[in-house]
Design a protein around this ligand. Structure first.
Ligand SMILES: [Zn+2]
Length: 159
């Protein structure tokens, strides 16, 4: 739980730094390719702004992914370096308050989820298992062609 005590922010801003456990986060991922098995780190400044709560700071979690093309397991850090949450403390959208505390976890969860890769790739443009060998062959071929054309250009200069 990432709790903000409303009485603590009544007069001045507070700094919250720590980790949200995997259990608390509970992203509800039903995906073999993306797993959240590590806690989320937060580093936030929270203040009261009129009838709203303003939280600003950094959120970061490392996902354990599997490449959808070549099935290589890899870790992918996902961060919101300038996360901002403006939470109205009055009106219909006000959050639940328990013992003067508001839990920011659901808002963190929601915004982080949007940053998760839909189809994780081990590297940009991963072409998958079979294509890797073909791509390597093609690059070698292109290099040869470039070399021969470079020599052709040099030959022209010698004239
Ligand atoms: Zn891959």
């Amino acid at each position: 739980m990432l709790a903000v005590n409303l009485r603590h922010v009544e007069t001045h801003e507070i700094h919250l730094e720590g980790e949200l456990s995997v259990e608390d986060l509970d992203f509800g991922l039903d995906d073999e390719m993306i797993r959240a098995e590590q806690p989320l780190r937060y580093d936030l400044t929270v203040q009261k702004l009129g009838h709203a709560l303003l939280a600003q700071g950094r959120l970061q979690v490392t996902l354990n992914c599997q490449c959808v093309r070549c099935l290589t397991p890899f870790e992918r850090p996902v961060a919101l370096p300038h996360w901002t949450l403006l939470l109205p403390l009055a009106g219909d959208e006000r959050p639940a308050v328990h013992d003067d505390c508001v839990d920011l976890t659901p808002f963190v969860r929601e915004d982080m989820l949007l940053e998760f890769p839909a189809h994780p790739l081990c590297r940009p443009g991963c072409a998958g298992l079979k294509a890797i060998t073909t791509a390597a062959a093609r690059t070698a071929g292109e290099r040869e062609r470039f070399k021969s054309s470079a020599w052709a250009e040099l030959d022209k200069l010698k004239l």
